[in-house]
Write a protein that binds this ligand. Structure first.
Ligand code: NCD
Ligand code: ZN
Length: 346
């Protein structure tokens, strides 16, 4: 029986760190186990210019524990007014790693996102020229499209046309949740990648809705049917370099989750690696955990994998706090509803 596994230090290719007191509380949770993370720009107001990204990066670095080697990989929030020259300069300076596309209204703090995709065409062409990846929140926002169909419809109506119109644009389908997402990503060639969250490997829509509503399992894109979860498990554990970890750890205070109109987001930074080791072991794929957490992402982003390693050890069930305290109030840690036996020991 395998009871220890050593892998290159993981990276998180989709992370929300927020700002202020929340940033100071959640940044150490990720920095404990991860070397780098792609930092989402959906602050209020959003991170739209190179100067915004530089200032936010400094606030993140200041929030890290003393001696932490964690590197935030910054992104810009694409708006219809994004200046291609500012973006290209920020990319050339190494200040940003990617740009994030939110369809306006698709999710938390996405009001400044894109409504008319023709308006961002020049920016996307610049990005293709300079090799700056586009991270995409892949859901349409049309009120007549069922929320469970919004990812599949986005692929057909928005993503595929954008990719055809912009050859050479490197795209990450963020937090895919459907069979259609898995299939489209796996057929997209080396210029297309896809992140998968920890929680979408564990929950389906019944966990949110059956037997009483569970706000802490509500996130966007919303978890789908079991057959979709199983397709995500197969993709994540396959070793296919298209798929890599983006936790989408998205902290909201309990006060903001437990409302008549509660916020979307699951906070998984604290226990993600224990959950992933359990999932990969259940699927007989522990030998492919490293590909998913530590190798496929750097390969897509054309960065070297981390030199350092972490070791996970299997033993008696590990317990994690059910919430972390922040200056803004408690944030509930994602409950995977199963005992976790693996923990990071180094
Ligand atoms: C994210 C957030 O809270 O910022 N929420 C979520 O449910 N994932 C936004 C996002 O990534 O969609
Ligand atoms: Zn997110």
């Amino acid at each position: 029986m395998t009871d220890t596994i050593t892998i290159r230090t993981p990276d998180d290719w989709h992370l929300h760190l927020r700002d202020g007191a929340m940033l100071r509380a959640v940044a150490p949770e990720t920095a404990r186990h991860f070397a780098r993370a792609i930092i989402m720009p959906n602050l209020v107001p959003p991170v739209v210019t190179g100067a915004d990204a530089a200032a936010y990066r400094d606030r993140i670095l200041a929030a890290l524990p003393e001696g932490s080697g964690f590197t935030p990989l910054m992104t810009l929030y694409l708006t219809e007014d994004t200046d291609p020259a500012d973006l290209a300069q920020a990319h050339a300076d190494g200040l940003i790693t990617a740009v994030k596309l939110y369809p306006a209204g698709a999710t938390t703090n996405s009001a400044s996102g894109v409504t008319n995709f023709d308006k961002v065409r020049p920016v996307l062409e610049t990005m293709a020229d300079i090799g700056c990846p586009l991270c995409v929140h892949g859901e349409v926002v049309d009120s007549d499209i069922d929320i469970f169909d919004r990812e599949a419809v986005f692929i057909e109506r928005v993503l595929d046309p954008i990719r055809r119109a912009t050859p050479g644009l490197r795209v990450v389908m963020e937090h895919i949740t459907t069979i259609q997402g898995v299939e489209y990503a796996s057929e997209g060639g080396p210029e297309l990648g896809a992140t998968i969250t920890t929680h979408h490997l564990v929950i389906n829509r019944n966990h949110i809705l059956a037997g009483g509503i569970k706000p802490h399992y509500y996130c966007l894109p919303v978890a789908k049917r079991e057959e979709h979860r199983l397709a995500l498990r197969r993709a994540a554990t396959s070793g296919d370099p298209t798929f890599f970890l983006g936790t989408d750890s998205a902290p909201h205070t309990d006060a903001n989750k437990l409302l008549p109109c509660g916020c979307a987001g699951c906070f998984t930074a604290t226990n993600t690696l224990s959950i992933l080791a359990e999932v990969f072991e259940q699927d007989g794929a522990l030998d492919r955990l490293e590909s998913f957490t530590s190798l496929n992402g750097p390969k897509f982003y054309r960065l070297p994998p981390n030199d350092s390693t972490i070791t996970l050890t299997k033993g008696d069930p590990v317990s994690y706090p059910d919430h972390i305290d922040t200056g803004d109030g408690p944030v509930t840690v994602f409950d995977p509803l199963m005992p976790l036996h693996w923990q990071v020991s180094t």
